[in-house]
Design a binder for this molecule. Structure first.
Ligand SMILES: Nc1ncnc2c1ncn2[C@@H]1O[C@H](COP(=O)(O)OP(=O)(O)OP(=O)(O)O)[C@@H](O)[C@H]1O
Ligand SMILES: [Mg+2]
Length: 514
């Protein structure tokens, strides 16, 4: 038989199989298919000497991507690129292995363990409903299926699978690049992207070495983080979820965001930057939380501005006052639209508290939650009580110790006997300058500026800031003086009027006017 004849025979066999399958799908009663499947499996089971184990991409009703699936996929990627014929390629920027090759959908490869041959296949099932859509269907499923001879059941289930998971996890950690996530608006969750978080590679260069702050305070924070990282058993022993909350507060430019980046780099944790205004309600908040991985930092920046949490507790009177004011003075339409948008978010204080330490917050473990704010006094005490925000860290204006770190980092000046240092120390004690401003002054503005010039620039800026602060203080004192004098005058006038009224009443009571 020639090749072409063989092909045509094969073609007709395939066509017949497809025809039978189509007839089965079309006409065989749906409720009887379960029985057919069951008995077909039973029958083939007698003849078929292999065992199959499937690992699904999602666990727990599609709530979360299965870690086992990810690790097996990583293990197979490391092995499959040499053997599989159809591969998927993904370019991962700045990773240790920039081009990641993995087994394509519906492809199979073999593996060997202690002389035993096994097969891994990747299955992709399309949805049953035939509706046409641009977006992936929510019932799409991916599996990795392991097939092996039933003779090796014990070996495979007791040791091979664990070996694959361990190897995959180790490779994942080795190839890991930190990621910076941001939450997608919930309208996109079921659309084309179908993800709640989008990410890019986290590349912030801040480290604890580069952070300008009191060294003792810095050491305390580093020790706290180290203790947290190795605290798995301890947290289990005391019955607390393995997570820790930090509240970073202080004026703008004092290094709160830099501190978060330094923490992420130090801990080797991913960062989830949660934009609360894009979250419509508490249930969405919970779904976002479940999709975060362990070994991560969840950040809510400027918590006082992100959402009107205190609004829920506004007294009725205040609300009425606001409404009255609005009636008298209609708001600028842009501002009004912004406020309306904020109002659309129905995340409440209790929803946020639940997010931080409700039952769901324990899923996954090993997580740090950080809030930042410029105005700590504006926050609801319930939100920042110890236990929720375990450690409160004040990021303050630049002191001399912090300045020395900046001088070392920006100018390589480590000599503390530098002639300008005492002057700078005195000026820093007398003025409030943020580390961001000090750093800006220390940065050479041209190629010819040396460290001495930069330090002189800083001294000038500090003196200017001091002068400005003094002038402002003087102006304020004068305004205060004028205010007090005005109040005194007002009081004197009122007293004079009262005295006059009293004397008129006295005359009336005596009854006669001469
Ligand atoms: N403590 C610091 N140590 C080193 N650099 C700092 C420090 N504080 C600020 N800077 C510098 O100033 C810039 C701004 O700082 P950062 O964004 O961390 O301030 P922030 O406190 O988060 O401000 P905001 O409240 O406005 O968000 C940083 O990029 C960094 O270069
Ligand atoms: Mg910031």
């Amino acid at each position: 038989m020639g090749i072409s004849e063989l092909w045509s025979q094969l073609g007709s066999i395939m066509a017949s199989i497809m025809f039978v399958y189509a007839m089965y799908e079309q006409f065989f009663p749906y409720h009887l298919r379960g029985y057919v499947k069951k008995y077909t499996h039973k029958f083939t089971g007698l003849m078929y000497p292999y065992v199959q184990i499937s690992f699904s991409e999602f666990s727990g009703e599609r709530l979360k991507k299965s870690e086992a699936y990810t690790w097996i996929q990583t293990y197979l990627s490391a092995n499959s690129s040499k053997r599989a014929k159809r591969l998927k390629a993904e370019v991962v920027k700045d990773s240790n292995t920039p081009l990641v090759l993995s087994m394509d959908d519906n492809e199979e490869i073999t593996d060997e363990y202690e002389g035993v041959k096994l097969w891994w296949s990747s299955t992709y099932t399309v949805p049953k409903s035939q509706s046409i859509s641009w977006f992936p269907h929510s019932d799409e499923k991916r599996f990795l299926t392991l097939t092996f001879h039933k003779r090796y059941r014990d070996l495979i289930t007791s040791s091979y699978i664990q070996h694959v998971l361990n190897e995959g996890k180790a490779i994942s950690i080795q190839n890991r690049t930190l990621k910076l996530y941001t939450n997608n608006p919930s309208n996109d969750w079921y659309g084309y992207k179908r993800t709640k978080w989008s990410h890019i590679t986290f590349e912030h260069p801040a480290r604890f070495d580069t952070l300008a702050m009191d060294p003792k305070k810095k050491e305390e924070i580093v020790n706290d983080l180290v203790k947290f990282r190795s605290g798995k058993e301890y947290y289990a022993k005391i019955g607390k979820a393995w997570k820790r909350g930090y509240l970073l507060f202080g004026p703008p430019g004092t290094g709160k965001s830099s501190m978060i980046a330094a923490m992420a780099n130090f801990m080797n944790y991913d960062v989830y930057d949660l934009e609360l205004t894009a979250v419509k309600e508490n249930t969405e908040l919970r779904k976002l939380l479940i999709e975060t991985s362990s070994k991560s930092i969840i950040v809510i920046e400027d918590i006082d501005c992100s959402i009107d949490l205190t609004g829920q507790r506004k007294k009725k009177k205040e609300k009425e006052k606001d409404e009255d004011e609005e009636q008298q003075q209609p708001k600028n339409p842009v501002k009004k639209a912004e406020e309306e948008e904020k109002k659309e978010s129905k995340v409440t204080l209790s929803g946020l508290l639940n997010f931080i330490d409700g039952i769901w917050s324990a899923c996954g473990g090993e997580r740090i939650i950080i809030f930042t704010t410029n105005f700590v006094e504006k926050l609801d005490p319930a939100l920042i009580r110890r236990g929720r925000m375990d450690k409160h860290i004040e990021m303050s204006y630049c002191g001399f110790e912090a300045f020395k770190i900046l001088a070392k980092n920006y100018l390589d000046v480590v000599d503390e006997s530098h002639s300008l240092f005492p002057k700078i120390e005195k000026l820093l004690g007398e003025t409030n300058m943020t580390p961001a401003d000090v750093a800006e002054n220390l940065m050479p503005k041209s190629l010819v500026e040396d460290s001495d010039t930069c330090l002189k620039n800083l001294v000038e800026s500090l003196e200017e800031a001091k002068k400005k602060a003094e002038e402002e203080a003087k102006k304020k004192a004068e305004e205060e003086k004028v205010k007090v004098e005005n109040e005194k005058e007002e009081l004197a006038k009122v007293e004079e009027v009262n005295a006059n009224e009293k004397s008129v009443e006295g005359v009336k009571e005596n009854g006669t006017i001469h």
